[in-house]
Design a binder for this molecule. Structure first.
Ligand SMILES: Cc1cc2nc3c(=O)[nH]c(=O)nc-3n(C[C@H](O)[C@H](O)[C@H](O)COP(=O)(O)OP(=O)(O)OC[C@H]3O[C@@H](n4cnc5c(N)ncnc54)[C@H](O)[C@@H]3O)c2cc1C
Length: 385
C-alpha cells in the first residue's frame, strides 16, 4: 500500500472535486429543504462514470475499486454534497450483485447502477430487530417458481428515488434462529409494497421510509445468489458499506473544517483574527489530525478490500467508520462554535449538518456495535449479547 495516491486517483479526485464545486452546498441544501433529490448531480456523476467507478468495465463500470468509490463520495461531501445513496446503490447493492448475481442479473442491474439511471436502495433494518439482524422476520416463501415476500422494514433511505430495493429477509425454512439471509431485488412499484415516509429531523436530500411488504410476488430470478449461501452474501456488502460510511463522514468533516478555518482567519473582534486564539485554533487543529488519521484508516481498509483481504479489511473498515463518524460529529460541533452566532445561521451553512454528521454514528451500523466488534475480535473480550 502506498501513502501516495496514483496519478489516476489524483485525477479522479480533482475531477470529482470540480463537479462537486459546480453544485456545492447551496445547491444541496436548497434541494434538501425543498424535499427534492439532487437528480442533476446524481445523473451527471453517473454520466461521468463516478458512481460506478468500482464496478467491472464489462458491466458499464470503471473497473477500479472501493478506494476510488470512496474518493468520489469524500470529494462530493467535501464540496457540501454528502450523497448517502452512494453508500447504498453502487457500494452495497452493486457489490453484492457483482459478487453473487448471475451474469444475467449483472447485465440487468449493474450498468444502470453505474451510470446512475437505475438506483437501488437497501433494506435490512426492521422495527423489532434493529441492530440485531438475527431477529429479522421478513420472510420469503415459495409459490411454484415464484417467491412471495412479507415483512416490514424501517429507516430505508432513498426509496422515493430508487427503482428497486435490495431486501434482506429469510426463507420460511430458516424462519427463526441465527440469520440465514436471502436477498431479493424488489422493484419499488411492486404490487404489495407500500412505503411511508418517516418524519426525520435531518437536512438531507435522502429521505427515510417504512416499508410494508404484503405478499409481494417476485420471479425466481429476483433472488440474488442462493438461498443456501448464508451470511457470506450479506457480509460481502459490509466492508464496502463501512469504507463508504467513512468517506461520507470524512467529506462532511472536511467541508465544515474548511468553512470554519476560512471564517476564523477572517473574523477579528480583538486585535487579531479569532483563529489566532488557541481556544479556537487548537480544537480545529485536533480535528485536522483526527480527520487525517480516519482518512488513513479508510485508505487502508479500502486497499485491503480491493486486494481481496476481506478479513483484514473488516477490522480496518470498522475502525475507519468509527473514527470518521466521531471526527465528523466533533468537526460540525466545533465549526458551529467557532463561528459564534453565525454558526447557527443558514447563510454560513454548518448547523444544518449537525444531524447529518450524527448519521455516521448510527447508520449503517451504530458506534456501539462497532465497539462490540473491536472488543470481541481485536481484543478478544467476551460478548455480552
Ligand atoms: C439517516 C438514516 C438512514 C438509514 N438508512 C438505512 C437504509 O438505507 N437501510 C437500512 O436497512 N437501514 C437504514 N438505517 C437504519 C440504521 O442502520 C439503524 O438505525 C441502525 O442499524 C441502528 O438500529 P436501530 O435504529 O434499530 O437501533 P437499536 O438497535 O434499537 O439501538 C439503539 C441503541 O442501542 C445501542 N445498542 C443496541 N444493541 C447494543 C449492544 N449489543 N451493545 C451496545 N449497544 C447496543 C445502539 O448502538 C444504539 O445506540 C438508517 C438509519 C438512519 C438514522
Amino acid at each position: 500500500m502506498s501513502f501516495n495516491e496514483t496519478e489516476e486517483q489524483k485525477a479522479l479526485r480533482a475531477a470529482v472535486a470540480e463537479l462537486g464545486k459546480r453544485y456545492g452546498y447551496d445547491y444541496y441544501v436548497r434541494k434538501a429543504r425543498a424535499g427534492e433529490y439532487c437528480d442533476e448531480l446524481w445523473q451527471e456523476a453517473g454520466k461521468q462514470g463516478f458512481l460506478g467507478v468500482n464496478l467491472p468495465e464489462e458491466y458499464g463500470g470503471g473497473g477500479a475499486g472501493m478506494t476510488e468509490l470512496a474518493i468520489v463520495l469524500e470529494e462530493l461531501g467535501a464540496a457540501g454534497c454528502p450523497l448517502l445513496m452512494m453508500v447504498v446503490s453502487p457500494a452495497i447493492c452493486g457489490t453484492v450483485i457483482n459478487r453473487f448475481g448471475t451474469d444475467e442479473q449483472k447485465q440487468r442491474y449493474l450498468p444502470g447502477i453505474a451510470d446512475g439511471s437505475f438506483t437501488m436502495a437497501f433494506g435490512i433494518t426492521e422495527p423489532d430487530a434493529g441492530s440485531n439482524s438475527h431477529r429479522l422476520t421478513t420472510t420469503a416463501r415459495r409459490d411454484g417458481t415464484e417467491w412471495v415476500l412479507s415483512g416490514r422494514k424501517v429507516f430505508i433511505s432513498g426509496v422515493d428515488v430508487a427503482d428497486a430495493v435490495l431486501i434482506v429477509g429469510r426463507t420460511e425454512d430458516a424462519k427463526s434462529g441465527k440469520l440465514k439471509p436471502v436477498l431479493f431485488v424488489v422493484p419499488t412499484d411492486a404490487k404489495g409494497l407500500e412505503r411511508k415516509q418517516i418524519d426525520m429531523e435531518l437536512v438531507s436530500v435522502d429521505r427515510q421510509f417504512m416499508l410494508f411488504l404484503d405478499d409481494v410476488h417476485l420471479p425466481a430470478d429476483a433472488l440474488i445468489g442462493t438461498e443456501d449461501a448464508g451470511l457470506m452474501q450479506l457480509f460481502a456488502g459490509l466492508n464496502p458499506e463501512r469504507v463508504m460510511a467513512s468517506a461520507f463522514s470524512s467529506g462532511i468533516a472536511r467541508h465544515v473544517l474548511e468553512k470554519a478555518v476560512r471564517y476564523v482567519n477572517d473574523r477579528t473582534v480583538w486585535k487579531t483574527p479569532i483563529g489566532a486564539h488557541q481556544g479556537i485554533a487548537h480544537p480545529l487543529a485536533q480535528i485536522k489530525i483526527e480527520l487525517e488519521l480516519a482518512r488513513l484508516m479508510m485508505r487502508k481498509a479500502a486497499f485491503l478490500y480491493d486486494s481481496g483481504d476481506d478479513m483484514g479489511a473488516g477490522e480496518a473498515a470498522n475502525m475507519a467508520k468509527y473514527a470518521a463518524a466521531e471526527v465528523a460529529v466533533r468537526a460540525v460541533d466545533q465549526a458551529v462554535q467557532s463561528m459564534g452566532g453565525n454558526g447557527m445561521t443558514a447563510e454560513y451553512g454548518v448547523a444544518s449538518l449537525i444531524a447529518a454528521s450524527r448519521v455516521g454514528r448510527i447508520a449503517p451500523v451504530s458506534r456501539e456495535m462497532i465497539l462490540n466488534f473491536i472488543a470481541q475480535f481485536s481484543l478478544g473480550l467476551p460478548k455480552s449479547y
